[in-house]
Write a protein that binds this ligand. Structure first.
Ligand code: TRP
Length: 339
């Protein structure tokens, strides 16, 4: 089964990102740059998942700015409201409704088996049900739009498998309704380590750099990056193959310049600071157009709100069609049988 959008023969993709403020380098390399490219080929739906963001607590006072900063980041990198549906999850109430209905077909054992649940639940003395049920809402996000495919990082593979299982179980219980959505896994993502060289890039770990940072802020972050741990002194020869900074050059520095850095690092002709300076400059250059577009949207918050409202309206019209079908199949349209 393919997407229900008869106006388009393109395959539909859906993906979501949690609002934790401005997007960072990891979000960009791991997700956003792919999403931007997909806009030509697919019928795209991009969602800011605020309902997901509150599952483990979080500061209510920060949610508004976190959502808007992520929306500005989306628009700044080139997600285009003319070509994609860009919206906020809680603007379309059908997400939480479908998630509730999916409770009926989701085995608790599967939820407890999720690696992310096991990791996250360790942080709580009393585990909120939202942490356990998180993947049900994610399945609802995807299946509400009958998405053919979902671009995600390796860490979401398991959640997508569960999404498919929920679709299968629903179809088996209530009749063929949902596609078995394919995961498009970005292979590089797993390998993009934070600037600390230890963990995946994440804002909360402070091992990344916000994509809309000013040039000096980019340098402040890149300067702290961990390099080859065996290169202690400036005169020690370095090993680019084990250096996290060198691997980041792979995204921002052309092949000739990389070969030059590689050779000069091995011969200790340049030091780590020199190498980081080049990386920082190249990141600043690559993100310059993003900063310009962001400035435009920051100066026009009403325009951002309008884009999100428009997106929600388009999303809702698809969501309503799916929900009518789901309610009917589950008997939740019982009202219509009462005269
Ligand atoms: N769980 C995803 C993450 O943390 C975000 C997300 C929510 C998502 N709903 C989604 C991703 C639907 C893909 C599809 O990255």
């Amino acid at each position: 089964m393919t997407s229900s959008n008869s106006a388009s023969t393109k395959r539909r993709v859906f993906s979501g990102m949690q609002p934790s403020g401005e997007a960072h380098l990891g979000n960009y390399l791991g997700a956003l740059r792919r999403w931007v490219d997909m806009q030509d080929e697919y019928d795209c739906v991009w969602c800011i998942v605020d309902d997901h963001a509150i599952t483990g607590g979080g500061d209510p006072a920060e949610l508004a700015s976190n959502v808007i900063d992520l929306a500005v980041s989306f628009l700044a990198v080139g997600l285009d409201p003319e070509r994609s549906i860009i919206f906020v999850q809680s603007d379309v109430h059908e997400h939480t409704e479908l998630a509730w209905l999916f409770n009926a077909v989701t085995p608790v054992g599967e939820l407890e088996r999720m690696t992310q649940f096991k990791d996250k639940s360790q942080r709580f003395e009393s585990i909120p049900a939202g942490i356990l049920n998180y993947p049900i809402l994610q399945a609802a996000d995807v299946l509400l739009y009958k998405a053919d495919a979902v671009p995600v990082g390796e860490d979401q593979r398991q959640h997508l498998e569960l999404t498919r299982e929920i679709a299968r179980k629903f179809n088996a219980a209530y009749g063929e309704t949902f596609p078995e959505t394919e995961a498009i896994i970005e292979k590089d993502v797993g390998r993009i380590m934070g600037l600390d060289g230890e963990a995946k890039m994440s804002k909360s770990l402070g091992n990344t750099v916000a994509i809309l940072s000013e040039p000096e802020q980019v340098w402040d972050r890149v300067r702290t990056a961990v390099t080859d741990p065996q290169r202690v002194r400036r005169t020690d020869p370095g090993r680019p193959e084990v250096c996290n900074v060198f691997s980041l050059h792979g995204f921002f520095t052309d092949a000739d310049a990389r070969a030059d850095i590689d050779a000069k690092c091995r011969s200790a002709e340049i030091g780590c600071v020199d190498c980081k300076r080049i990386l920082s400059d190249n990141i600043v250059t690559a993100f310059e157009p993003f900063r310009e577009r962001a400035a435009h949207f920051r100066a026009n918050p009403a325009a951002v709100r309008r884009i999100l409202d428009d997106g929600a309206e388009k999303a809702r019209s698809i969501a309503k069609t799916t929900m009518a079908e789901v309610r009917q199949k589950m008997g939740m349209d019982w009202r219509s049988s009462i005269d």
